[in-house]
Design a protein around this ligand. Structure first.
Ligand code: PEP
Ligand code: MG
Length: 753
């Protein structure tokens, strides 16, 4: 190995001083390629930088023809340089011209060079350029040489990131950045429009110092940080909340495994020895890991990239002495960008500045979605490659109606966004003005609009929207965001606060609907083939009656002297409901025994969200004080269509004749028996669907707070008699959906949708 490669740190220092020196950026870059070529005994050293439109431009060269600089351009994926950018990995060839991707550019005169070594120049996980060395002789570069060039590329990345060579805005797209506006497609999760600067949920750490002043010191910084990271993980694992296993523990166990990974540490130590600072060494190794693992097909292994990422970020933070909260503090209108987000994490952000959320994952029924909806924050999910297309601080406009996120939006998009926002604000003002008006049709039919809630933050919406009560209080939210099983007194507190906030208005508490897609940290789960149809909700409650008993106890305490409305989720048969009622009775007996004041009245209901129950309506109505139709689940079982599968998202329509006649039958049975029936699924919150539901006889809808205004508006513009006849005449048609017909009807009859 030539001496210059064994002394990479000297080279790094030299490069660093060239780059930090005086002169125009281009002159400094020219000097950089000369120094590298000399030190690596290469006849050629070239730097290509990414420009807008996924193009790599030759920015500096030692060895290729001078006139090719700023003239030779390759698309990402084109030629060997384009291949390095596309894959984000080094390419080491002894016979470059024979490679199928070799693209000869006569202006460069590079056909005489046989060996080729190209490495990507990476900045926060994206390719911002390619660094190449070439030699006339045919040879394969040694691993040390490849490593050295990769380390050098980090130092060059620093110069690129300064924005002196290429405008920072151009350096934004994955594998060959572009600064052009792009439109990302996603699945609309929570309605509305929102705009602001991109804020990463786990902001990538910024490395400001790349080259070490003192290698020994950097080594110590790295070793100390590794020790500290391990200590932190051990402490977390010892935490009593984790004592009984569960998902949190599994994650931490995995982290711990990585934290002791010898290969990882060796690589980081080597990177420090090559002259990088400790933080740059961690980042450099992580960049390599990320690139390598991103090519892996296996989804489980790919997921592990993010584990490693988290760990690397944690380590860098420890090195940099950053002990502050990892949560970004919002200081201006912001769009939150994340791979996934938990409900509690969402609530940590300042609502005032949080205008929209874009996720790489996410589903329409996840709780973070429901919370975003309740908070009125526009959200889209399932945006492929999101994190590689946006840079922190870039402007983003989110329009849920179209499922689009506009990154670096063009002028016309901004204009139309502003118009939309104005419209949205105007509508909100109108809804607020109509807050105290009754939800009554033009021909005098009154509809009760209730709202869905689950956390204390939802409660102010009761007054804000004018909802007549809480038709569905999802008690599981408290359990999902808590690290450990909430104690009876903690549960009581939340329920009492909800009852208190509602005053005279009813609050319908639904007992725990956990499991399936609603994991809780304290309950170990088996992998299930079909979690939505698995061990969840009342099935867990009946198998673990203590959980249900404690919850019912908390509810009874909270409603002391008031009316308690309680309902059970996922009931599939009347016998199941009876078992729940007998557990409730036991708790009532216990209450008397301990001489506690019971609720003034206890109304018991259940959710109808499993189709089998609809075939026991005659028995069911005798068992309940009220019924609530949960169409979110009911419809996925009705159509045998997984609601969280994006491929099936638009396959069946809820305004299909079989859905309407099915719901109609249930509502009729309830009316005949005098049992109040509410629909509490998301469909009730969409004006066109709500219009059909009212025509089917539903007079109670429990919907997200943001839907109260639009649905009330629709109801107040409705002449029900004419609509009922229209829906009845279409309910047994063979069409896929009667949505279009209903939209036309609404238009012809001035119904405000
Ligand atoms: C439903 O299934 O319609 C429902 C309201 O319950 P959740 O969305 O909480 O499963
Ligand atoms: Mg449900």
């Amino acid at each position: 190995m030539p001496d210059h490669v064994s002394q990479p740190r000297l080279l790094l220092r030299r490069l660093h001083s060239v780059m930090a020196g005086s002169g125009k950026p281009q002159d400094r870059l020219d000097r950089v390629v000369r120094v590298i070529a000399q030190n690596m005994v290469a006849e050629v050293c070239s730097i290509y930088l990414a420009r807008a439109g996924s193009v790599l431009e030759l920015f500096a060269t030692e060895g290729l023809k001078e006139e090719a600089v700023h003239l030779t351009r390759l698309s990402v994926g084109e030629g060997l340089v384009g291949l390095v950018a596309e894959r984000g990995l080094p390419l080491n060839l002894s016979e470059a011209p024979q490679h199928p991707r070799f693209a000869y550019r006569p202006e460069t005169g590079e056909d005489i060079y046989h060996s080729f070594l190209g490495v990507p120049i990476l900045r926060t996980g994206r390719v911002v350029g390619v660094l190449v060395v070439q030699n006339v002789a045919s040879r394969r570069y040694k691993p040390e040489e490849v490593e050295a060039l990769q380390t050098i590329s980090m130092v060059i990345a620093e110069l690129v990131a300064s924005g002196e060579l290429v405008d920072k805005k151009e350096l934004t797209e994955d594998s060959g950045a572009t600064g052009e506006p792009i439109t990302l497609d996603g699945l609309a999760l929570a309605g509305g429009v929102g705009a602001g600067v991109a804020v990463f949920h786990q902001p990538q750490v910024r490395i400001t110092r790349t080259v070490a002043d003192d290698i020994d010191e950097e080594r110590t910084r790295l070793e100390d940080a590794i020790a500290e990271m391990r200590l932190q993980l051990e402490q977390m694992l010892e935490h009593p909340d984790l004592a009984h296993g569960g998902e949190h523990r599994e994650v931490l166990e995995t982290y711990r495994m990585f934290a002791y990974d010898q290969g990882w540490q060796e690589k980081m130590r080597d990177a420090v020895m090559s002259g990088l600072t400790a933080e740059a060494a961690v980042d450099r190794v992580q960049q390599e890991n990320r690139m390598r693992m991103a090519k892996i097909r296996d989804p489980y292994l790919r997921e592990r990239i993010s584990d490693f990422d988290d760990l690397a970020v944690r380590l860098i933070r420890i090195i940099q002495g950053d002990t502050s909260s990892h949560r970004a503090k919002l200081t201006e209108d912001s769009v939150l960008i994340a791979r996934t987000l938990g409900p509690a994490e969402l609530m940590d952000y300042d609502r005032k500045y949080l205008k929209a959320i874009v996720l790489e994952e996410g589903s329409s029924t996840s709780h973070v979605t429901i919370i975003a909806r309740a908070m009125g924050i526009a959200m889209i999910g399932r945006v492929t490659g999101l994190l590689t297309h946006v840079e922190p601080g870039e402007p983003v406009v989110v329009d849920s109606a179209s499922g689009h996120a506009y990154v670096r939006p063009a002028e016309d998009v901004l204009e139309s966004y502003k118009a939309n926002l104005k419209l949205q604000e105007q509508l909100l003002a109108e809804y607020a003005a109509e807050r105290d008006l009754a939800a009554e049709t033009l021909d005098g039919e009154k509809v009760t609009l209730l709202m869905n809630a689950g956390l204390l933050v939802d409660l102010p919406s009761l007054d804000g929207t004018g909802a007549e009560g809480i038709g569905l209080f999802r008690t599981e939210f408290q359990f999902m965001v808590a690290p450990a099983l909430p104690r009876v007194d903690e549960q009581t507190k939340v329920y009492a606060a909800a009852i208190e906030a509602a005053g005279d208005r009813p609050v319908v508490f639904r007992t725990l609907d956990i499991g399936g897609d609603k994991p809780v940290p304290f309950l170990p789960r088996d992998e299930e083939e079909n979690p939505a149809m698995g061990w969840r909700a009342i099935r867990i409650a009946l198998d673990r009656p203590a959980l249900l008993r404690y919850q019912l106890r908390a509810l009874l305490y909270a409603a002391s002297g008031r009316t308690l409305h309680v309902m059970f989720p996922m009931i599939a048969e009347v016998a199941e409901l009876r078992r729940c009622k007998s557990i409730l009775n036991k708790e009532l007996v216990r209450l008397k025994k301990y001489d506690k004041e019971p609720p003034a009245d206890v109304k018991v209901g259940c959710m109808l969200e499993v189709p089998s129950l609809a075939w026991q309506m005659d028995l069911l109505v005798k068992e309940v004080d009220f019924l609530s139709i949960g169409t979110n689940d009911l419809m996925q079982f009705f159509f045998a269509c997984d609601r969280s599968n994006p491929r099936l998202a638009n396959r069946y329509d809820l305004l299909a004749p079989p859905v309407l006649s099915f719901l109609h039958g249930i509502v009729q049975k309830c009316h005949q028996a005098g049992v109040p029936v509410t629909l509490c699924g998301e469909m009730g919150g969409r004006p066109i669907e709500a219009m059909a539901l009212v025509a089917l006889g539903l007079r109670r809808l429990s919907i997200s707070p943001t839907s109260v205004g639009p649905v009330k508006r629709m109801i107040r513009s409705l002449n029900l008699k004419a609509l009922e006849g229209f829906v009845a005449s279409n309910i047994s048609s063979a069409e896929h959906s009667i949505r279009d017909k209903l939209i036309h009807f609404a238009r012809d009859h001035n119904i405000k949708l």
